[in-house]
Write a protein that binds this ligand. Structure first.
Ligand code: NAD
Ligand code: DAU
Length: 338
C-alpha cells in the first residue's frame, strides 16, 4: 500500500523531524507534507529551506492550540499525523518540568482529539526511556511487553503520552501506532545532546564533558534508520500496535567519547569528568525483533564508527548552523554543574 496523501509532521523542524521530512520527500513522492512546529529553541526553520516547495507547507503554531491544529487539518486536508513535537532533553526537564508537562502530555492529547474527530491515522513517536533503565549485566533487553517504569520528568511525560495514545485506540478506535526508539545520532541534532555537544566542544576549543564516570550505556541508531522504520510503521503497521526500534548499538558513553576523540585527532584523556545527571538512567537496550519480523525493517547504517565520522564532518561543515547556540548551551550546563 502507499502512504498518506497529506501527512502532518509535528516537530518537523527539530532533529528527527527534519530528517524524517527529508526522507519522505526523497523517497515517497506521493505524499505532501505539512510541518506543524512551534519553532522552539530546539528547532531551526533553515533546516527546511531548499526543499521541494510544492510538496511542503509550514504551519508555525503550538500543538497545545486546538484551534490552530483544527485549522491546519482542514486547510490542507491532512489524512495522517506523525507526532514528533516534544520537549526532548532530560537535563532541561530536571531544571524545569513545566513545558514538558504541557507539550508532551497536553499537546499529545490535543492532537489525539483532532485525530479522533477527523478519523486520521496517528503515529506517536516515543522513546525507549519509558521502560526506565536496566542493569549493566542484565541479559534482558526491552521488548514491546516490558513494563513502563520512567525515571525522569521527560520520560514520565513520554510514558503518559503513550498511555493516552493507547487509550484513544482502545476507547475510540483511533488508528494509533507507537514506536519506542533508542538514542538517535546524525545531522541536525541540537548541540545540547551528548554526541553533538562533544563534537562542537572540540571544534570550539572546549574539552568534552562526560557525566559521572562515563559508564552509562546508550543503544545508538542512525537517525535515517529510525525515519525509515517510522515510515514503515505508518504505512504497514497494525493500528493499535507498538514497535520497538533499535540497531543493536549498545556503547558506553566513554566508548563513544573515546571514538570521537580519536576521529578528531585528540588524545584519549582530553576530557573532563562533570557531575552526573540526578537519577540518570544506567543503560538502555532494545530488542527490535518484532519490527524486523513483522515489517521486514532492518538498519542500513551498521557501522557506528563510520556514521560517527560522517556526523563529525557534518558539524565541521555546518558551523554556521550551530555556532550561535554554543555559548547559551554551555552557560546553561555550567549552571547545572555539567
Ligand atoms: P527536538 O528537541 O530536536 O525537536 C523537537 C521539535 O518539536 C522542535 O522542532 C520544536 O520546535 C517542536 N516543538 C516543541 N514544542 C512544541 C509545541 N508545543 N508545539 C509544536 N512544536 C513543538 O527533538 P528530537 O530529538 O527530534 O525528538 C523528536 C521526537 O522523538 C520526540 O518526541 C522525542 O521524544 C522522540 N525521540 C527522540 C529520540 C532521540 O534520540 N533524539 C529517541 C527516541 C524518541
Ligand atoms: O533513549 C532515547 C532518548 O535519547 C530520547 O528519548 C531523548 O529525547 C534524547 O535526548 C536521548 O536521551 P539521553 O538522556 O539518553 O541523551 P543525552 O544526549 O542527553 O545523553 C546521553 C548520555 O550521555 C547520558 O548518559 C548522559 C550523558 N552525557 C550527556 C551530555 C549532554 C554526558 O556524559 N555528557 C554530556 O555533555
Amino acid at each position: 500500500s502507499s502512504g498518506p496523501s497529506c501527512l502532518m509532521v509535528t516537530g518537523g523542524a527539530g532533529f528527527i523531524g527534519t530528517n524524517f521530512v527529508r526522507y519522505v520527500l526523497a523517497h515517497h513522492p506521493g505524499t505532501h507534507i505539512v510541518v506543524y512546529d512551534l519553532l522552539t529553541y530546539a528547532a531551526k526553520i533553515d533546516n527546511l529551506h531548499g526543499l521541494i516547495p510544492d510538496r511542503i507547507d509550514m504551519v508555525h503554531a503550538d500543538i497545545c492550540d486546538a484551534e490552530s491544529v483544527e485549522q491546519a487539518i482542514r486547510r490542507f486536508r491532512v489524512d495522517a499525523i506523525v507526532h514528533f513535537a516534544a520537549e526532548s532533553h532530560n537535563d532541561n526537564s530536571i531544571q524545569d518540568p513545566a513545558p514538558f508537562i504541557r507539550t508532551n502530555l497536553y499537546g499529545t492529547y490535543v492532537l489525539l482529539e483532532a485525530a479522533r474527530r477527523h478519523g486520521l491515522r496517528f503515529h506517536q513517536v516515543s522513546t525507549d526511556e519509558v521502560f526506565g533503565d536496566i542493569g549493566f549485566d542484565d541479559p534482558h533487553r526491552f521488548t514491546e511487553a516490558s513494563p513502563y517504569r520512567p525515571s525522569s520528568p521527560y520520560s514520565a511525560t513520554k510514558a503518559g503520552a503513550d498511555h493516552l495514545a493507547r487509550a484513544w485506540w482502545r476507547t475510540y478506535g483511533t488508528r494509533v501506532t507507537i514506536s519506542n526508539c533508542s538514542n538517535n545520532y546524525g545531522p541536525y541534532q541540537h548541540i545540547e545532546k551528548f554526541i553533538p555537544r562533544q563534537i562542537t566542544n572540540i571544534l570550539s576549543g572546549i574539552r568534552p564533558r562526560i557525566y559521572g564516570q562515563g559508564r552509562a550505556v546508550r543503544d545508538w541508531i542512525h537517525v535515517e534508520d529510525d525515519c525509515r522504520a517510522i515510515w514503515s510503521i505508518l504505512v504497514h503497521g497494525a493500528p493499535g500496535s507498538t514497535y520497538l526500534i533499535g540497531a543493536d548499538g549498545e556503547l558506553s558513553n566513554m566508548e563513544v567519547l573515546r571514538m570521537i576523540l580519536r576521529l578528531m585527532g585528540r588524545g584519549p584523556d582530553e576530557f573532563d569528568l562533570v557531575a552526573d545527571r540526578p537519577g540518570g538512567d544506567r543503560r538502555y537496550a532494545i530488542d527490535a525483533g518484532k519490527i524486523r519480523r513483522d515489517l521486514g525493517w532492518q538498519p542500513l547504517h551498521r557501522d557506528f564508527e563510520q556514521g560517527l565520522a560522517e556526523t563529525i564532518d557534518w558539524y565541521r561543515c555546518h558551523r554556521r548552523w550551530w555556532v550561535g547556540d554554543k555559548q547559551a548551551v554551555e552557560a546553561r550546563y555550567r549552571e547545572q554543574g555539567h
